[in-house]
Ligand binder design. Structure first.
Ligand code: FES
Length: 320
């Protein structure tokens, strides 16, 4: 990927919960790091060479360090295992500058919903809303207390009274009542949700069914969903600048097809999460498979993520 990489050093590694480790990163020259806002993430080049996105979870006024937390995904492609097993205190690594696709907007009231490791950007938001004396409530769902990261940090924070924990293995009385939490949509109340896909789909669908407008629902997926690829078929992409036609085989991504023909496109997550690869579509209908764009942006069909999205039409003309 084209990047302005920065060299940083791991200055602390801690177990944040069962299956979760957190890392403190500081600039290799011990200088300040670029500023970031709540909800930002960074690209991290892991020891095994994979690049993954992690939300920053330290308070956004801190300029001398970044903190990230990584959940071990034993079924994943090895990124989280590399972080857990190979990334040690003192290690040098490359990261990208913070980017934010999940920013807080000014609102009378905010509702923050975190599922599992999705707490990382939400935690940073809670810190920020507290700093700005803004009204909010936070709900943090996880499987069990042992698997819940940052419990002590939250309980000893200035905003602890605004946070409710909900454990899957707890009694019914403490379970998240999504409909009750989202019962009062209004133009000046904004909802932020981050967590596993099932959790997010449930929250977003519930919000929509209760009358929340799309513009007031903010979300960020942290991992690509499994897709059914059994009906994938071949199609062609055409480069608008040269007219070159490039076939995309049924078992090939658009990025792979472009690369095979010498066309380099910046790419990072390869899962439709980060937006690095976004291209403009001039003609044809994309088959959107990403979690980066909103429903309205998907419906516009004028941009797509070639790392994972395909085509519903036989031909896609792309702005390249
Ligand atoms: Fe991340 Fe395509 S590379 S969305």
């Amino acid at each position: 990927m084209e990047h302005d990489w920065m060299q940083v050093k791991v200055t602390r590694k801690e177990i944040a919960a069962e299956g979760v480790v957190s890392f403190e990163l500081r600039a290799a020259d011990a200088g300040p790091l670029p500023e970031f806002s709540a909800g930002s993430h960074i690209d991290v080049e892991l020891p095994n060479g994979m690049v993954r996105q992690y939300s920053l979870c330290n308070p956004s006024h801190e300029h001398d360090q970044y903190e990230i937390a990584v959940l071990l995904d034993t079924t994943g492609r090895g990124g989280s295992r590399s972080a857990h097993e190979q990334l040690m205190p003192g290690a040098a690594l490359r990261i990208g500058a913070p980017r934010n696709h999940f920013a807080l907007v000014a609102a009378r009231r905010s509702i923050l919903l975190a599922g599992g490791i999705g707490v990382t950007p939400i935690l940073c938001m809670a810190e920020r809303l507290t700093e700005t004396d803004s009204e909010f409530e936070m709900h943090y769902c996880s499987r069990s207390l042992a698997r819940t990261a940052f419990v002590q940090r939250i309980r000893s924070s200035a905003f602890s009274g605004r946070v409710r924990f909900h454990f899957d293995d707890g009694n019914d009385a403490q379970k998240l009542d999504t409909r009750a939490v989202l019962a009062a949509p209004s133009a000046d109340t904004h909802l932020y949700v981050c967590g596993p896909k099932g959790f997010m789909d449930h929250v977003i669908l519930t919000a929509k069914s209760l009358g929340w407008s799309e513009g007031n629902i903010h979300y960020e997926y942290f991992a690509g969903a499994e897709l059914d690829r059994s009906r994938d078929s071949r199609f062609e992409v055409k480069l608008a600048s040269t007219g070159q036609l490039i076939p995309v085989a049924r078992d090939q991504s658009v990025i792979q097809a472009l690369t095979a023909h010498g066309v380099e496109v910046p790419v990072s997550c390869e899962q439709g999460v980060c937006g690095t690869c976004v291209m403009r579509v001039i003609e044809g209908i994309p088959d959107h498979r990403d979690m980066y764009f909103t429903d309205a942006e998907h419906a516009a069909n004028d941009r797509f993520t070639p790392c994972c999205s395909r085509a519903k039409s036989a031909l896609l003309v792309i702005d390249f």
